[in-house]
Ligand binder design. Structure first.
Ligand SMILES: Cc1ncc(COP(=O)(O)O)c(C=O)c1O
Length: 412
C-alpha cells in the first residue's frame, strides 16, 4: 500500500462514534475489520489492498468494512446475530413488528412486497404514476394492474396522491367482475412530499381483508418530529418500504422494509423469503451497516433530532413565501383529501417570473452554486435534511430573492 499506513492501524483514527455506537452491526463489522487476518476471500479489493488509487481516494473505511458473509456477520438471506439484532432495533424504533434491511433500495422492497402479496393474474390496485419498481414487481409476480389516476395539477405539472374514495371505487369495479384485489399499493408521500389519507385507505382495504403496501421511499423521517405527517404504519399499513438514504443519513441503496404484525393477509415467511430473494446474495455490508448506523443515530435522540431541520425549513418557507414572483407548493394546490405535506420538501414555482425551471436551475447554479433535488417542467424541489446548515438555507433564500429581483423586473 503506497503512501498509507497499514489499513488496520488507520482504524485507530476512526471517529469515536463507531467506538461507542449502539448499532450492533456497526460493532460487529468494526471488530471483524480489526482482526489481524490473511484474507483469501471475496471481495477482490482485499480490504483495499488491491486498489491503492480508490483506497487513497475514499480512505480505508469503505474497504475494511466491505466484508462478505463471514460466520460472525451472517447474511441477509438468513439473518442472525448482528444483522438480526440491528433489524430488531430498527423495528422497535420505526414501530414495526419486523424490519428487513435492504441493499437494493426501496426498489427491491416494493418488488418483494408485490411478490409476497400477489400471485399470477391477481389484481393489484396502484396509482398510474407508480415508481418503476412496481411495474417490474407486476411483471415478476404476474399480477394484473388496476390503475388509479392521481389528481394532477397542470400548472405545477405535479401529481398528488390517491383518495380513499378512488381506492374504494377500484375495489368495487373489480368486485363487479368477480375479482378481489390481492393488494393495494399507495405512494405516500410522493416525491413532492404529498401524503394520501392512509388512515381511511387502510380502513377501506382492511374491511375487505386486502393488505396495503405503502411506497414510503420519501418518508423515512416521518416518525421523528411532531410536524411531520404520520407514518404509513401508524396509519395501519401492512407493509411500508422506506429509503433510508433519501432523507436519513445513510448510503445510497440502503432502505428498510417494515411489516406490521399481525401480518394479517399472508405469512411472514413468504415476505421474508421475498425480501431476501430480491437482494444480492453477498450485499455490500457497508450499505447494511449504514442502515444500522442511521437507526442508531435516530435512536439516540428521536424526539429532537429533526428540530433544527424543521426550523430551517420553516424559516426558508417563510422567506420564500413572501418573495414576489415565486410560489410554494402546498396542500391548497390540490382540490382536497390530501392530509399532509412533508415540511422538509420545498417545491418552488417560477412561472410568474416567466423563466423556465431549467433556466432557474442554471441561474441558481451559476450565481449561487445551489443544487436542487429535482427539476420538473414547472418547478424545482429542494430537500432539507440533517446535514442542511443555516448557511445553505441563507444561500437558497438569497438565490430565490435574486431571481425575483432580476426576472420579475424584466417581465414588467
Ligand atoms: C416514489 C419512489 N418510490 C421508490 C423509489 C425507489 O427508491 P430507491 O432509490 O430507494 O430504490 C423512488 C426513487 O426515487 C421514488 O421516488
Amino acid at each position: 500500500m503506497q503512501g498509507t499506513s497499514e489499513p488496520n492501524n488507520v482504524l485507530a483514527d476512526l471517529p469515536v462514534v463507531l467506538e461507542t455506537s449502539s448499532a450492533p452491526l456497526v460493532r460487529a463489522l468494526k471488530s471483524t475489520a480489526e482482526q489481524d487476518v490473511a484474507c483469501f476471500h471475496f471481495p477482490g479489493h482485499n480490504r483495499g489492498k488491491a486498489t491503492p488509487i480508490l483506497y487513497n481516494l475514499t480512505g480505508p473505511g469503505a474497504f475494511l468494512h466491505d466484508l462478505p458473509d463471514l460466520p460472525e456477520l451472517h447474511d441477509l438471506f438468513s439473518p442472525k446475530g448482528a444483522i438480526l439484532d440491528g433489524q430488531a432495533e430498527a423495528a422497535k424504533l420505526f414501530g414495526a413488528s419486523e424490519t428487513w434491511f435492504l441493499v437494493g433500495g426501496t426498489t427491491c422492497g416494493i418488488q418483494a412486497s408485490i411478490m409476497a402479496t400477489c400471485c399470477p393474474v391477481d389484481a393489484l390496485i396502484l396509482p398510474r404514476n407508480d415508481h418503476i419498481s412496481a411495474t417490474s414487481g407486476l411483471v415478476w409476480s404476474g399480477a394484473v394492474p388496476k390503475y388509479i389516476l392521481p389528481e394532477y395539477n397542470s400548472c405545477w405539472d405535479i401529481a398528488a396522491g390517491i383518495r380513499p374514495s378512488q381506492v374504494e371505487a377500484a375495489i368495487k369495479e373489480l368486485e363487479e367482475v368477480g375479482k378481489t384485489a390481492a393488494a393495494v399499493l399507495i405512494t405516500s408521500p410522493t416525491y413532492h412530499g404529498l401524503c394520501s389519507n392512509l388512515n381511511e385507505i387502510t380502513k377501506v382495504c382492511h374491511s375487505r381483508c386486502i393488505p396495503v403496501i405503502v411506497d414510503e421511499a420519501h418518508g423515512a423521517h416521518f416518525r421523528f418530529h411532531p410536524n411531520f405527517p404520520s407514518t404509513a404504519l401508524e396509519q395501519g399499513a401492512d407493509l411500508a418500504v422506506q429509503s433510508t438514504h433519501k432523507v436519513l443519513s445513510s448510503l445510497t441503496q440502503s432502505s428498510m422494509l417494515h411489516v406490521w404484525e399481525p401480518y394479517r393477509y399472508g405469512e411472514n415467511k413468504k415476505m421474508r423469503s421475498n425480501a431476501a430473494e430480491h437482494q444480492p446474495k453477498l450485499p455490500i455490508t457497508c450499505i447494511i451497516r449504514f442502515n444500522d448506523s442511521a437507526r442508531a443515530q435516530l435512536g439516540e435522540n428521536p424526539d429532537a433530532i429533526f428540530c433544527d431541520a424543521v426550523n430551517l425549513s420553516l424559516e426558508t418557507r417563510k422567506e420564500i413565501g413572501t418573495t414576489r414572483g415565486v410560489s410554494l407548493l402546498d396542500l391548497s394546490s390540490f382540490l382536497s383529501g390530501f392530509t399532509a405535506i412533508d415540511p422538509l420538501r420545498i417545491t418552488l414555482g417560477v412561472s410568474q417570473l416567466h423563466i423556465s425551471s431549467y433556466m432557474t436551475d442554471e441561474v441558481s447554479w451559476e450565481g449561487h452554486r445551489i443544487m436542487p433535488e429535482l427539476v420538473g417542467s414547472s418547478s424545482l424541489t429542494f430537500t432539507i435534511n440533517l446535514g442542511t446548515t443555516r448557511k445553505d438555507i441563507q444561500r437558497l433564500i438569497l438565490g430565490v430573492k435574486n431571481l425575483s429581483r432580476n426576472f420579475l423586473m424584466k417581465t414588467k
